[in-house]
Ligand binder design. Sequence first.
Ligand code: A3P
Length: 288
Amino acid sequence: MEDADSFLFKFKGYHFGREELDIGFIENLDDFVIRESDVFIITYPKSGTSWFQQLLSLIYFEEHRKGIGNLETVDRVPFFEYNFRKMDFVERPSPRLFATHLPYYLVPRGLKNKKAKIIYIYRNPKDVMCSYFHFSKNVTLQVTSSFEEFMEQFLEGKVLGSLWFDHIKGWYEHKSLFNIQFLMYEEMKKDLKGSLSKVCKFLGKELSEEEMDAIVRQATFQNMKYDPRANYKNIIKTRYGLEAKGHFLRKGTIGDWKNHMTVEQNERFDKIFQRKMKDFPLKFIWDM
Ligand code: A3P
């Protein structure tokens, strides 16, 4: 264990965020008892975690679907390693739904025994990087650097979540150990109902057409942006004690990197991407 800097905490080669981190919990993650009914959303940061927290909550909780439950999505689908609400996960009734940014090698042993279900959401890394830059600069206020400097940090993995390339490759290359479904942010964006059907099939959840339509309606970017249960406003206010300059739900588009990256930056990124992701079978969507 060592300090990466004041915000990051490095453990077994992976950068956690220091805030809200229970070090005792992460040191004993391997032994955390997994139930068959557990569902984990796994993402690299800024890949659509909050979107999927909303979707999962809508799939599992009728009262959320009907708009009568007033719980925030982080209360229904809490972060596993950042336990904002200090919940007792061991006592939590089934089905337990979690979101996490953990790399494949740090998750509880029970997941490696294919006990529970995992949905891995991935997004093209140029948009991830741009989303991450705004998030760090305007929401959590942890970055004061320029986009250029942030890009270096991102490409060196000196951010919460470490290196994007390692995260997705680690999970994909070890997928046979897990009961896991990969889902692409951009495909959700293009056809949310199609992605939802795929996920429901994987989860063994049968929903009617009307229920599916209600979920799609409540999981659109516009709806979530103004839905206090889903837009993270309260969390940001309580965690950082301020009104953020930016929104957690910022743009929610595909290809915003084109508004940020110069031609040279893009060429450099492409070169690194081609080298690191050579022979990687999953495809990415870079623009609409
Ligand atoms: P942008 O910053 O590009 O807008 P995470 O939840 O993993 O931190 O990811 C946040 C990103 O997902 C943000 O991207 C956010 O706007 C986007 N997002 C959240 N909900 C969304 C939705 N319903 N539709 C499209 N994008 C969404």
